[in-house]
Design a protein around this ligand. Structure first.
Ligand SMILES: [Zn+2]
Length: 183
């Protein structure tokens, strides 16, 4: 089983970056940007207590406008669910292109809880380097069919939770949104 130690200076080869295929420079760049976007969701979800993290996929084909990644998790609290979506949006806002995160914005943004977007933005700022490193880890671990799940993903999540990620505390107390948690 493949394993990446986030505390080591691991290297990713061009072949791993391209998933073993011949890609143009533009496609390679898109693949890496897709991985960073999904890594942002992953790092965000690992910050949330009791999130069940299921899979990261990066499609093996590349369209020209090709962001073709998905992140699957389920969060215990509704504000955690919004947070995990908004971290993807905040990532694109700060490092990519928000047109790739319209779905995340619609899923996560609630005008009554605008502070959650601020939390997501602050989280991405704090964890930007980690998110890039996790993107590289995803590309290293992901099988050829393009879906990272099971033990290799669990190993990565465990490392993140143990050492690298600041927990994002839910604002829910006794089943109700009690206060705007500060991040
Ligand atoms: Zn997303």
């Amino acid at each position: 089983m493949k394993h990446v130690d986030l505390s080591a200076n691991f290297q990713i080869t061009d072949e791993q970056l391209c998933g073993g295929r011949k890609l143009t420079e533009e496609q390679t760049n898109e693949r890496f940007m897709t991985a960073t976007h999904e890594a942002a969701h992953l790092v965000g979800a690992t910050a949330c207590h009791r999130s069940a993290i299921v899979a990261v996929t990066i499609a093996k084909t590349n369209r020209r406008d090709g962001r073709q990644g998905t992140f699957e998790s389920s969060e215990f609290w509704p504000d955690h669910e919004a947070f995990v979506s908004l971290v993807g949006y905040a990532w694109e806002e700060q490092h990519g292109d928000v047109k790739f995160a319209a779905g995340d914005y619609h899923k996560g943004f609630n005008p009554r809880h605008v502070y959650m977007l601020d939390h997501a933005r602050a989280f991405v700022k704090t964890h930007a380097l980690l998110i890039v490193e996790v993107a590289a880890a995803i590309l290293l671990l992901i099988p050829k069919h393009g879906r990272l799940d099971g033990k290799p993903l669990a190993g990565l999540v465990a490392q993140l939770r143990e050492t690298w990620v600041t927990p994002y505390v839910s604002g829910y107390v006794n089943g109700k949104l009690d206060h705007a948690v500060q991040w």
